[in-house]
Ligand binder design. Structure first.
Ligand code: MN
Ligand code: MN
Length: 475
């Protein structure tokens, strides 16, 4: 059962009677970020929003016809939404594909330990982070704990004003002479990204108890860790062993905010790639014209660690979902229909690009960089070391998209991530391209990408939304 984050929808519905996400787009976007700090929370919001717009779970549809709207989800961490078009599905779909996982710290499976009166949550970081950025900043814990009795406990601590937050400590400058000489990768080590979750010292009574008594009552001795475990038991009904089957993500605590006196920017966690996931989702929800080609919004997990796993783009999730669609469109299902639908599809791999950074101009080729506020970024190829790992979009397809964006009056910019030889990155584009479809990376510029708080331009969020809407109508 996907759990519900009603806050987002309640707020949205109050503001917008016609369920149009484009109205108050930026408020809806920030709301989506604040209530979607894990892939599960994003899937939950997307499904709730889709249901409110007439989408049903595919398991509830025996057959499908033009105009029908369904969603397919797996493990509550990946979701695909489909609006069936009037054309034969073998002619291909228009797919907006984004990812909803973001860099963070994950709790280990035996995470709680106490050292010198401080109780810690041991973590293993997820995705590409600069470890030193994650210390001395308020953190929240989001996720689930699955118990052996089959029940699941939802955890979300650190977001409400009245909630406690958590934090990773750092060395004071007065004693940091050696630390400050270290390489950036060594300043804070991965194993040291342990989150403080408590610090109660044993009481005087315990300390003063005589040796004999101490030994006898060793197991009963009150420790900080035991106090934390007791609190967890009381509040959530979970035991220490239950962390073995938990998925807890430690993320920056707090809401996304407007940034700058002119409020031109948004500062928020997880904008890679929820900026594109939200705008893709909103574009599909708000598509007013009935599409001729079937529209799809796909939000996948695990992109930040290589699109692996059952919920990543490297899995068969998407083609299985499409097979389910085709089987309901045509009772004489054929594998060939599926292959043709995939190969004839158009896709925007809606993922973010690195925004040009005026403080680090040497890292960018200015003529081929994307600028905050410059509009939707088209990235013909990603990859590194000579385009390695890129799908390299076809110019025929790019020309089609240029015409589409120009017609829709969408500002777009052609860009690469950074200078050749400076590094690189990847998206889900190459995995979709394996089916033979036309794919182009198309997303929003992000400054301080993968930092706890990332920056995007409000204008770009609008342009992406409008551009994605236009793409869904592409013939
Ligand atoms: Mn990304
Ligand atoms: Mn990323």
């Amino acid at each position: 059962m996907p759990y519900k984050i009603i806050n987002f929808l309640e707020k949205h519905m109050k503001k917008s009677k016609n369920k149009n996400f484009g109205e108050n787009l930026l408020e809806n976007y920030k709301n989506f970020l604040d209530n979607g700090k894990t892939e599960r929370e994003c899937v939950s919001q997307i499904i709730e929003g889709a249901k409110a717009n007439g989408y049903i779970d595919i398991s509830e549809a025996d057959t499908l016809k033009a105009g029908d709207k369904v969603y397919v989800q797996k493990m509550n961490k990946v979701v695909a939404l489909f609006e069936i078009g009037s054309e034969n599905i073998e002619n291909g779909l228009n797919i907006l594909g984004a990812h909803i996982d973001s860099p963070r710290l994950d709790a280990k499976q035996n995470p709680i330990y106490e050292k010198d009166f401080i109780t810690y949550l041991n973590t293993h970081y997820y995705g590409g982070i600069k470890k030193y950025q994650w210390v001395t900043t308020p953190l929240a814990i989001h996720g689930i704990v699955c118990k052996t009795d089959g029940t699941t406990v939802n955890i979300n601590v650190g977001e409400d004003e009245s909630d406690p937050v958590f934090c990773i400590s750092d060395i004071l400058p007065h004693l940091a002479q050696e630390q400050m000489k270290k390489a950036g990768t060594e300043i804070i080590k991965g194993e040291d990204l342990d989150v403080i979750i408590g610090s109660i010292k044993p009481s005087k009574k315990d300390e003063n108890s005589d040796e004999k008594d101490k030994k006898k009552k060793k197991d009963e001795k009150v420790t900080g860790k035991k106090i934390i475990l007791k609190l967890l038991k009381e509040k959530y009904g979970i035991e220490e062993k239950d962390f073995e089957s938990a998925e807890l993500e430690i993320v920056p605590a707090g809401k996304s905010r407007d940034c700058g006196f002119d409020r031109s920017l948004i500062l928020g966690y997880g904008q890679d790639d929820r900026a594109c996931a939200f705008t893709s989702f909103a574009a599909l929800m708000d598509s007013d014209k009935k599409p001729s080609r079937t529209s799809c919004c796909l939000c996948v997990d695990k992109e930040e660690i290589g699109s692996v796993g059952a919920t990543g783009m490297g899995s068969h999730f998407f083609e299985n979902a499409l097979a389910e669609i085709i089987a309901r469109l045509n009772p004489e299902y054929s594998e060939l229909s599926l292959r043709r639908a995939l190969a004839n599809s158009y896709m925007l791999s809606s993922d973010v690009n690195a925004a040009f950074d005026p403080l680090n101009t040497n890292l960018y080729d200015k003529d081929n960089a994307s600028f905050l506020g410059g509009g939707l970024v088209f990235n013909k190829y990603t990859g590194s070391r000579g385009k390695s790992g890129a799908s390299d979009a076809n110019p025929e397809f790019i020309a089609k998209l240029r015409a589409c964006m120009t017609k829709a009056e969408v500002n777009y910019q052609m860009a690469e991530l950074g200078k050749v030889d400076q590094g690189g990155g990847g998206t889900i584009a190459y995995l979709a391209a394996k089916y033979g479809m036309n794919v182009l990376d198309a997303g929003i510029s992000v400054l301080s990408m993968h930092a706890p708080w990332e920056l995007t331009a409000q204008e770009d969020v609008k342009q992406a939304y409008t551009g994605y809407k236009a793409f869904l109508q592409l013939k």
